[in-house]
Write a protein that binds this ligand. Structure first.
Ligand code: NAP
Ligand code: HSE
Length: 429
């Protein structure tokens, strides 16, 4: 084996350019840590004429297939994004005996199992710490540090762009303006719909659930609702009630212990909860494990340089493994828990109703909740001068299907003028 570890990058954009820069700037330290120099031998991009600070022009190419077909490359770092031709490129790289490091959650949440199989068959590594929560070491702790524990729940903020938008909306700024700023700062996906509609968080939730529960969870198994319909008014109304709105990713075991519900949606979080203090593009993830108890992982969830840090961590591990002749590990999905629909999720809700302010109305409404087994925890009524009232009903933890049936019945009650909103509440006592 050569003493040099040869590295190729697929992508030289926001993340790739920072990986290339750090490979040069930290070359001496990386060499000490790996025990051999890391040499950047190719960077595949779409446009080789674009000026790219820190990437020597002689390694640039617009032919990624030629890169992954080379037999002198030890590690391929994929930071170009997209599903195709990226999947084919990574399959080729792994089949050719290169280890692969990827930041591509969209790809891994769909095709992770197949890629792991090829990596395992070829005795090479497939790592993707950067794909979830940017710089935060999260996947390795789940895969390795918690390998002896039993995880029951993972809950957190895993998208920097939407957290940035919601934070700035909380300061009164306009949605579209803030989204453009998040794009400029390099937080957003190439198509920011993936961020604002929750798909990026859902892909990350699938990866987290797979690792946490040793069971296969793919993007299609994740309930997904984004923040595009959250208005400045919603954010302000939540603040008045003592909450902030956060886009959360949640994965948890069902009460029978045999299933997992994985969901992404905006939720009300009490202002005193640690997740409420996670601002801007920062991410934070709570993990609840049987023996370890609750842990919180917090840090920068997006941006070129923080993400490049996670990529380099994987790069050092993969390079060390290659030098030690260590074989890539198979994906651990032995537990085989079944992905379950959102109807089986259990959480609390805050239901806002526009009602007639008349005798018996509250009783009718309470009956609708009671009949579906949804227990009311708090009721607040604000009356207006026209004889109407807004009822805010907070529930104890209830099954989503039961809450949905309650809401359907509320729609049919004559005394209910409108079901104004139904919000999930996470982290409340
Ligand atoms: P980006 O700035 O758009 O960079 C993409 C790079 O890939 C560009 O250099 C582009 O070339 C190149 N590329 C795209 N398609 C290609 C193709 N078919 N052939 C050759 N080159 C191609 O994206 P990014 O923000 O760095 O994100 C890259 C990946 O990292 C994505 O999977 C993303 O989800 C993930 N990620 C991003 C962040 C973040 O904060 N930005 C954080 C974590 C993970 P040109 O430069 O010529 O256009
Ligand atoms: N677009 C992603 C985000 C990048 O905003 O979190 C990090 O995965």
């Amino acid at each position: 084996m050569s003493d040099i570890v040869r590295v190729a990058l697929l992508g030289g954009g926001t993340v790739g350019s920072q990986v290339a820069r750090l490979l040069t700037d930290s070359a001496a330290d990386l060499q000490e840590r790996v025990g051999a120099p890391l040499e950047l031998v190719a960077v595949a991009v779409r446009d080789t004429n674009k000026p790219r600070a820190g990437i020597p022009s002689e390694v640039l190419t617009d032919d990624p297939f030629a890169v992954v077909s080379r037999d002198d490359i030890d590690i391929v770092v994929e930071v170009m994004g997209g599903l195709e031709p990226t999947r084919e490129l990574l399959e080729t790289a792994l089949s050719n005996g290169a280890s692969v490091i990827s930041a591509n959650k969209a790809l891994l949440s769909e095709y992770g199992a197949g890629l792991h199989e090829i990596a395992h068959k070829n005795g090479v590594d497939l790592f993707y710490e950067a794909a979830v929560a940017g710089a935060i070491p999260l996947l390795r702790p789940l895969r390795e540090s918690l390998a002896g524990d039993r995880v029951n729940k993972v809950l957190g903020i895993v998208n920097g762009t939407t957290n940035y938008i919601l934070t700035k909306m909380g300061e009164g700024q306009d949605y579209a303006e803030v989204l453009a700023e998040a794009q400029r700062l390099g937080y957003a996906e190439a198509d920011p719909t993936a961020d604002v509609e929750g798909h990026d968080s859902a892909a990350k939730a699938a990866i987290l659930a797979t690792l946490a529960f040793h069971s296969s969870v793919t993007l299609g198994d994740v309930y997904c609702q984004g923040i595009s319909s959250v208005t400045l008014r919603d954010v302000q109304a939540a603040a008045d009630l003592g909450y902030v709105i956060k886009l959360l990713a949640v994965a948890e075991r069902t009460p029978d212990g045999e299933g997992i519900v994985t969901r992404v949606h905006p939720a009300l979080v009490p202002k005193a909860h640690p997740l409420a203090s996670v601002h801007d593009a920062f991410n934070a993830v709570f993990v609840e494990a049987e023996s370890a108890g609750q842990m919180m992982f917090y840090g920068r969830g997006a941006g070129g340089e923080p993400t490049a840090s996670a990529v380099l961590g994987d790069l050092v591990t993969a390079a060390r493994n290659r030098r030690a002749g260590a074989a890539g590990q198979a994906q651990s999905v032995y537990a085989g828990l079944t992905p379950r629909p959102i109807g089986e999720a259990t959480t609390r809700y805050l239901v806002s109703l526009d009602v007639a302010d008349q005798p018996g109305v509250l009783a009718q409404i309470a009956t609708a909740f009671g009949q579906h087994g949804v227990s009311i925890q708090t009721v607040r009524q604000d009356t207006d001068e026209q004889g109407g009232a807004t009822l805010l009903i907070g529930t104890h933890a209830a099954q989503e299907a039961h809450l949905a049936a309650t809401v359907e019945e509320l729609h049919d009650l004559d005394s209910v003028n409108e079901v104004v909103s139904v919000m999930r509440v996470e982290g409340a006592e």
